[in-house]
Design a protein around this ligand. Sequence first.
Ligand code: ADP
Ligand code: MG
Length: 291
Amino acid sequence: ATPTSIMVGTGRGAEMGVLFRKGEALQLLKEARVVALDKTGTLTEGKPALTDLELVDGFDRAQVLSLVAAVEERSEHPIARAIVEAAQAEGAGSLPVEGFNSVTGYGVEATVAGTRVQIGADRYMRKLGLVIDVFDQTAERLGDEGKTPLYTAIDGKLAAIIAVADPIKETTPEAISALHALGLKVAMITGDNARTADAIARRLGIDEVVSEVLPDGKVEAVKRLKALGRLAYVGDGINDAPALAEADVGLAIGTGTDVAIEAADVVLMSGSLRGIPNAIALSQATIGNIR
Ligand code: ADP
Ligand code: MG
């Protein structure tokens, strides 16, 4: 491609809210065969809400919710905000918190008013040596509904299962259809549990799912998916940065973290995923016609 065609293409991109940080990305995008996307905050809004809470006999809803919310006040994970907001809506007061600890990819823990509180994924409970099979059926149902099940332990005893659901962005289905129409494969990479990820992928017609990925596992997933062909990765979070760098082309959501934007070749200025097929089509039109 000539410098002029790249300049023209870059300008057109900017008009449609797609910022090419590197001219090279405009040339490479048309070669993409696979688009892999992060789930939370990329395919979904990244604003989950609490939808379900089931208790083990002997535990009280208001008490569990206020203990868990006290821990989550210290966390920056989108799940945390969902729980804190639900607790506040139900009138939970604030409690003293000590020894907050975030176990990345697993969950969070702290001591609240002298009580040990842990909340996180099923693998977190297993790591703690807790048996959670009383909730197996509930967890399966929640997962099939596309919700994320979380478990709570209080003073070392399983106390509740809580679910949060993160709405799919309005523009996600049409963006995926447009990618399929361009002949690309669509993959999703997420730390969320397999059942939840599969339910969401099914709803969206996503071709490949890599779930229960620990934060540093996204790069490995990208490397593996590259076997399918030239790969574009789309993400918004701090832990997406290595995957954005590893991909043939990295696209960051403009409303996401600065770390992701810095690691990306292309920035989608709005949160809309329509920018992805638009950018690929633009690359095909601009570069394709010149050669
Ligand atoms: P993702 O960005 O895909 O959610 P993370 O690695 O941030 O991936 O989290 C993986 C899983 O760890 C979450 O799905 C959740 O089950 C658990 N987890 C992480 N942070 C928290 C938290 N603050 N509260 C409860 N669970 C959490
Ligand atoms: Mg994300």
